[in-house]
Design a protein around this ligand. Structure first.
Ligand code: NAI
Length: 470
């Protein structure tokens, strides 16, 4: 406890900030959480993870009724789309979850304030409220969790109409005829999946030779074939160099160039620019205070998540590592628990990641090439979903599961999944790696039949021996 009014002021009420505020209050710290948006939840809840997953679910439902009903012996007339109702359902989910966080703030005794906060110096912030009033608050510690925003390209600046970011792509009021996606990363693939399922032609342009940088090449090879079957068109090795909105035809023209300097022209009615995100450091005053950043512009923190400025802490997208909600939330808990004198730690090498395309892609730990780059000899096991009874019953058996284990100790180092429910299965893989399981121990674990978990067991059997169902 300090002589200041607050023990902790948290800037930002996203999955980093709101989790930090709740945990801090639970630990007895007098906590103030400030966000510009009166509705807590941040980008993840209002413009990111949650609305995108709501639309992914709805669009999957629509596409399944349209494309797969007869396969299951269900005869329905050609379905039509009520996009407004779909968007309304999505908004309902967002609103409910945001109210839930407000309730959690109340129950845990977090003071939540709407306004824009700027750090004046260590221990002191200025808050500008929406009615124009300005006030100052003091706290022994300030935790900055202000997140990130989409990178804007000068040759294709966001205009909210023709050239859009992912937030706008989640609120369109009609299905584009031709959506051009710049950047085949996580956001590009998820948005492409939603709008393709709802009927848009989609072309995905990627500067690198391959889509989804960082994902295991074996998964990519399989995934790309399946994405193409859904009608997604890829143009890899193409860097965006120019764009022009043509108001009369309501079209956007896009020009790309490959390594040889050859130009290709594309035209569509919407262009989504999803070429990465950058940390929000300006409004909070961090940049002006001269905070130390790494070469990629992220705030450098120590094991306590303290920045180069005493008493100022940072977590989530503004610090190094993947820009993921669950990374921010875990850092929040660890940072706050350490403030309260606990020995908490985060293992940054064990953060699962998921792309919610179809099939889903999920990964945790090392890929085979990561391990080899570190000079580690590995064994791998790879099992196809085609051989899974559960996947067959669901008529959704596209995909593979891969396990990478240390050749000597047999300890599991990483798991990569392409397939149905990969986002859920990856949690078991994470538990296995965290508890230092060997592939043999995983193979000996009894799982229910029929279940997709059997694919994890079978892949584990393949690491050092033979699967039963292959
Ligand atoms: P990203 O970094 O995943 O992908 C951006 C892609 O754009 C890269 O492949 C890059 O090579 C390409 N690119 C860059 N400049 C280009 C140009 N001029 N022309 C053509 N291609 C170009 O970034 P993304 O997809 O915007 O996602 C940002 C962050 O949000 C990621 O860190 C991701 O982890 C996070 N996120 C995570 C989600 C999840 O966990 N499911 C969902 C959405 C976002």
């Amino acid at each position: 406890m300090s002589d200041k009014r607050w023990d902790l002021i948290v800037l930002g009420a996203g999955p980093g900030g709101y989790v930090a505020a709740i945990r801090a209050s639970q630990l007895g710290l007098r906590t103030l959480c400030i966000d510009r948006n009166p509705l807590p939840g941040g980008t993840c809840l209002h413009r990111g993870c949650i609305p995108s997953k709501a639309l992914l679910e709805s669009s999957r439902f629509f596409a399944n009724v349209r494309d797969a009903a007869t396969l299951h012996g269900v005869v329905v007339p050609e379905p039509s789309l009520d996009l407004a109702a779909m968007m309304q359902r999505k908004q309902g989910v967002v609103d409910r979850l945001s109210k839930g966080i407000q309730g959690l703030f109340k129950r845990n005794g977090v003071t939540h304030l709407t306004g824009t906060a700027r750090i004046l110096e260590s221990g002191k912030i200025q808050i500008s409220e929406s009615d124009g009033s300005v006030r100052e608050e003091e706290s022994a510690r300030i935790l900055v969790a202000t997140g990130s925003r989409s990178i804007d390209l000068p040759m294709a600046p966001f205009d909210g109409g023709h050239i859009i970011d992912s937030s706008t792509a989640l609120t369109l009021d009609r299905v584009p005829k031709h959506l051009i996606v710049i950047g085949a990363g996580v956001i590009g693939l998820e948005m492409a999946t939603i709008w393709r399922r709802l009927g848009a032609d989609v072309t995905i342009i990627e500067a690198l030779p391959e889509i989804l940088p960082g994902v295991d090449p074996v998964l990519i090879r399989n995934a790309k074939r399946l994405f193409r079957k859904q009608g997604l068109v890829f143009a890899t090795g193409q860097r965006l160099i120019e764009s022009r909105v043509e108001a009369e035809s309501d079209k956007v023209m896009v020009w790309c160039e490959n390594d040889k300097g050859e130009r290709t022209e594309y035209s569509g009615d919407k262009v989504l620019v999803s070429v990465g995100r950058k940390p929000n450091l300006e409004e909070s005053g961090l940049r002006q205070l001269g905070i130390a950043c790494d070469p990629s512009g992220r705030v450098i923190v120590d094991d306590d998540f303290q920045t180069s400025l005493p008493g100022i802490y940072s977590i989530g997208d503004i610090t190094p590592g993947p820009m993921l909600a669950h990374k921010a939330s875990e850092e929040a808990i660890v940072a706050v628990e350490r403030m309260a004198g606990k020995e908490s730690r985060i293992d940054h090498d064990l953060i699962p990641s998921v792309v919610y395309c179809q099939p889903e892609i999920a990964m945790v730990g090392m890929t085979e090439s990561d391990a080899k780059a570190l000079g580690r000899a590995v064994n791998t096991g790879q099992f196809p979903l085609l051989a899974s009874g559960r996947a067959q019953t669901a008529a959704d058996a596209d995909g593979i599961i891969r396990i990478v284990a240390d050749a000597e100790s047999d300890e599991i180092l990483g798991v990569q999944i392409l397939g149905r429910e990969a986002s859920e299965l990856i949690a078991s893989a994470t538990v296995a790696i965290r508890s230092k399981m060997t592939s043999r121990q995983l193979a000996e674990t009894i799982v229910s039949h029929p279940s997709l978990a059997e694919t994890l067991k079978e892949a584990a059997l393949l690491v050092t021996g033979k699967a039963i169902h292959l």
